[in-house]
Design a protein around this ligand. Structure first.
Ligand code: FES
Ligand SMILES: [Fe+2]
Length: 371
């Protein structure tokens, strides 16, 4: 790639009212992308799935991110264990999807591991000298359950606990999501219509502000009261809170006791979002956006809902397709020789126009990559 010919200026500073945004090269350079894998994706908490899939000993889920795959399973002792999804013999992947096992048996030469990852049998190894089964324990991966529902993992054994990084986010999600305790994961689906031709940071930037909503999402902006739309940042996460312009139209107001049609968009560094809307009070979406390469981003979502309830038609217009078009146009624009970096709009009242959540995202990127 020969697009990077300009000096590499960087003016992301601590104060959003003075800070510039990440420059174009930070979205275009394959070396930056490689560093993001090592310093961000392999060191941060990644959403894997629903704790309800891990009820009995031997229940497992698998999750993959970039070129990594993990197993999370319920051990005989009832504890959750996380392992890299790779056999310690010659590297075959061990499990796929979700299910229940008595032990983990590799499909290749049938080495078997106990639920705690200990190597149990390796046929033929008894004839070897100096074969120490303890050296072939499955490699552990950190696991945490967030908000009593959401299973996260972290490939960095030295990472701070998620509860410590974002305990206040868990509180906020519990408090602000109607009947949160009753939600079960009902469905996993692709979030948007397709993979987006844009760097993953463009997609996250776009999620983090609603400054663009009036111009790009006329339907959304007409439905919600943009004059009271609020953005909050909390260092490692952010939240956007909106309320419908005319909440009396909610079909759920009387039936569920929901006071108003609220939308909540939470973001957890670097790539997990949670959204809840009280038009559909039993639903929450947990979305993972993941790069497939430097300039493409995919997404998948777990949809949580109270069992037995049916998803009503959403009266608020969706914005995914509109955002995809924007994100791809930004990808093209950032490569322009006529662009360096921009300046955040910051509203001290944290209302609609503020881009302070994009700013904390950029700050965390700069810190993680030591730019
Ligand atoms: S690679 Fe797993 S048993 Fe050989
Ligand atoms: Fe948008």
């Amino acid at each position: 790639m020969d697009t990077i010919v300009k000096p590499r200026r960087l003016a992301v500073t601590g104060d959003p009212s003075y800070s510039h945004s990440l420059p174009g090269w930070a979205y275009l350079d394959p070396e930056i992308y490689e560093r993001e894998k090592e310093e961000i994706f392999y060191k941060t908490w990644q959403y894997a799935g629903w704790v309800g899939d891990l009820k009995e000993p031997g229940d497992y889920i698998t999750a993959s991110m970039l070129d990594q795959s993990v197993i999370i399973l319920k051990g005989a002792n009832g504890q959750l264990h996380g392992f890299h999804n790779v056999c310690q013999h010659r590297g075959h992947q061990l499990l796929a999807g979700t299910g229940r096992v008595g032990n983990i048996t590799c499909p290749y030469h049938a080495w078997t591991y106990q639920l705690d990852g200990t190597l149990r049998t390796a046929r033929g190894a008894e004839k070897l000298e100096r074969f120490n089964a303890a050296q072939f324990h499955l490699k552990p991966v950190r696991v945490e359950v967030f908000c009593e529902k959401f299973v996260f993992y972290n490939l960095d054994n030295g990472a701070k606990p998620l509860g410590e990084l974002a305990g206040d986010l868990a509180e906020d999600i519990r408090k602000e999501t109607y009947r949160f305790g009753l939600l079960d994961r009902q469905e996993r689906k692709r979030f948007g219509a397709r993979e987006v031709n844009a760097n993953w940071k463009i997609v996250m930037d776009n999620f983090q502000e609603c400054y663009h909503c009036r111009a790009a999402h006329p339907g959304f902006s007409a439905y919600y009261n943009m004059a009271t739309y609020k953005v909050e940042t909390h260092g490692y996460w952010s939240c956007q809170r909106g309320e419908a312009r005319n909440h009396t139209k909610s079909a759920f107001t009387e039936e569920t006791g929901a006071k108003t049609n609220k939308v909540r968009f939470w973001w957890l560094f670097p790539n997990t979002t949670f959204n809840s809307r009280t038009e559909d009070p039993e639903a929450m979406g947990v979305t993972v956006r993941i790069p497939t390469d430097l300039t493409h981003t995919d997404a998948w979502m777990d949809l949580y809902r109270q069992p037995g309830t049916v998803q009503p038609p959403n009266p608020a217009p969706l914005t995914f397709d509109e955002d995809d078009v924007i994100n791809e146009a930004v990808q093209r624009g950032l490569a322009s020789k006529g662009y360096d970096s921009g300046r955040f709009i910051y509203d001290p009242e944290h209302l609609e126009t503020t881009e302070e959540a994009v700013h904390i995202f950029h700050k965390l990127i700069v810190e993680a990559l030591k730019l």
